[in-house]
Design a protein around this ligand. Sequence first.
Ligand code: SF4
Length: 373
Amino acid sequence: MAGIYIHIPFCHKACTYCNFHFSTNLTLVAKMVTALCQELELKKTYLDNPSIDTIYLGGGTPSILHTSQLAQLFQAIYSTFAVSHKAEITLEANPEDLSKENILFWKNVGVNRLSIGIQSFQDDTLKWMNRNHSKNDSVRGVQMAQNLGIENLSIDLIYGTPDLTEELWRREIQTAIELQATHISSYCLTIEDKTALANQVKKGLSSPVSDEQSELQLLILMEEMELAGYEHYEISNFCKPSFESKHNSSYWKGLPYIGIGPGAHSYNLSSRQFNVSNNVQYINDLSTGKIPFTEELLTQQDLYNEYILTRLRTKWGIDLNEIARLNPTHLPKIQRLLSNFIENGFLDEINGLFRLTTKGKLLADEITLQLMV
Ligand code: SF4
């Protein structure tokens, strides 16, 4: 089992809070698609005979690509790798790109899951975030995708924004539920360095919300999602039964993947490769048959830390046998910590599997840090 992630590093506009790798200069899109196809060919043997079960086009904004560019990309994927006929194929799309023509084309090349960057159903908030769409675009786009046969549809929502009251947040969640999204990813706004938002905060033009307010909004989210029949399968992700993101779940389960594009990572169980986050350098190097990347060989300690970092946040939890295998030296210390977390109501344990409780989910980052070595 393996996945392919393809990073499309272009966006219509720069959202104020975003520190992902992207450019709003679209002059290099065509050359980038050619370079991505070249990297696919060069990564053909990165994993041994991989059967591709998931493909994820993320970014940036993959829905920005012209249909002919997407056709070129999918042609390269299908001619290079053995893609399972049941593969989950996700495309991240922004609401303004959800036209009938695009959706039908995406379905035609095999896309069977859309992850839609809605972020907020409040037009004022969308403007504050410098998003390129309105609430109406989102509602119309989701309904159109569903009417055209995309059943597996995820909505991204952001909480922790300055004007988000408790009542407004409940309404936001209800709107996503009423749209019958099968999956909801919801993240707390963070103020990342070198973003327009960080600049606004520095100048006193925006103020960060308190930890208490963010925690309350996460609690509201968990409560509303549970009432509506969604499973909380990862700290920021909720799904209707059997609609987990297979691609992201495979990251959290430590399965190998091939990352394509500037800023993308690849993982083959023993090392990780990091592609350069520079569009021009990426295109130039690929045109000479070279992938610009750095590589990190993973030590036993790295593998243990990654296990804690990814698995503790999920419904699968962390397994004492796996901890003992990956980190025998620190096992007594970790067992003491785990017992403390259980006593304080942050974790529960069944047959050697430790999972975050509701109280623990509010402090997931701190608990993870303490368990890492
Ligand atoms: S559309 Fe997505 S990737 Fe692009 S700037 Fe906004 S949040 Fe970042």
